[in-house]
Ligand binder design. Structure first.
Ligand code: RIB
Length: 279
């Protein structure tokens, strides 16, 4: 129990540790947890088929609570496992959650603000780089939906939007570039900074310049965004707040499993740097 200062262990499950968003998140959890709280981390390395066994493994380590940053709400095997074991847990990176504590980052709004921003600078033809089926989760689908629905409301025809599916990694971003070049958008929106970094590298290799030839917007505002050339315009998820809330809320749940479901909404915002130009 966290409240009476005996040692406790919290299991954390993320889709991958190498994505900077998740490595920052894990680091912050370490920073924010006190000396009596041990953090046990598991990354799925992008392979969601390992979800069940990873959670089973963490429960087997007698964790006092779990932080789950992988969409589980459609996986009844996993939700049943958690229920049967009565393990306190909190989820993030889902589009909703009825039966657990939940941190809700406004993914739909994230997509929406990118569409408005690009439109306001004259962009009318877009490539959106999204994860393939293997890594596509409900929260990422909401980001895409926020973008495409806003474009539709702004009068942009669906033929002006190319959706490029690729691995949810830097390499995936780089491999998406030939498809993007063939479509010739004026702006590219990637659903993570990691993808944006891959796209940036691929464009550079192809002799294309950002933002002269293509504008580019990422998502997350990881600390890499300030170190790319040009600096990346991106949607910021407040990862410090998310890490802080997630620990607090899990602590409350462990202290009193009977309290009502806690839901915390966090806002996203556009961070304008140098990777988009007006056309
Ligand atoms: O970069 C990783 C992304 O996947 C983040 O945006 C996070 O929210 C997750 O869903």
């Amino acid at each position: 129990n966290l409240s009476n200062k005996t040692d406790s262990t919290i299991g954390v499950l993320v889709p991958t540790i190498s994505n900077p968003f998740f490595s920052e998140f894990l680091q912050l959890l370490e920073n924010y947890s006190d000396a009596h709280t041990h953090i046990l981390m598991v990354g799925l390395d992008g392979d969601r088929s390992q979800l069940y066994s990873a959670i089973e493994g963490l429960i087997g380590q007698n964790v006092d609570g779990l932080i789950i940053a992988v969409a589980i709400q459609e996986n009844s095997q996993v939700t049943n496992l958690l229920k049967e074991n009565r393990t306190p847990y909190i989820v993030l990176d889902q589009n909703s959650s009825k039966n657990s504590d939940f941190i809700a980052s406004d993914d739909f709004h994230g997509g929406e603000i990118v569409a408005h921003y690009l439109y306001s600078l004259g962009h009318r033809r877009f490539s959106v780089v999204v994860p393939d089926k293997n890594a596509m989760t409900a929260n990422l689908a909401l980001r895409l939906q926020g973008f495409t629905e806003t474009c539709r409301d702004l009068g942009i025809q669906t033929t002006q939007i190319q959706i490029v599916k690729t691995a949810f990694t830097k390499h995936g971003g780089q491999r998406a570039v030939p498809n993007i070049l063939a479509f010739k958008p004026s702006a590219i929106f990637t659903l993570s900074d990691e993808l944006a970094i891959g796209v940036l590298g691929g464009l550079f290799n192809a002799g294309e310049q950002v933002p002269r030839d293509y504008s580019l917007v990422g998502y997350d505002d990881t600390d890499y965004a300030e170190f790319t050339n040009p600096k990346l315009t991106t949607v910021r998820q407040p990862v410090e707040l998310i890490a802080k809330y997630v620990l607090e809320m899990l602590k409350n749940r462990i202290a009193d499993p009977q309290i009502d479901w806690q839901v915390m909404a966090v806002d996203v915002e556009l961070i304008v740097r140098d990777s988009v130009r007006e056309i």
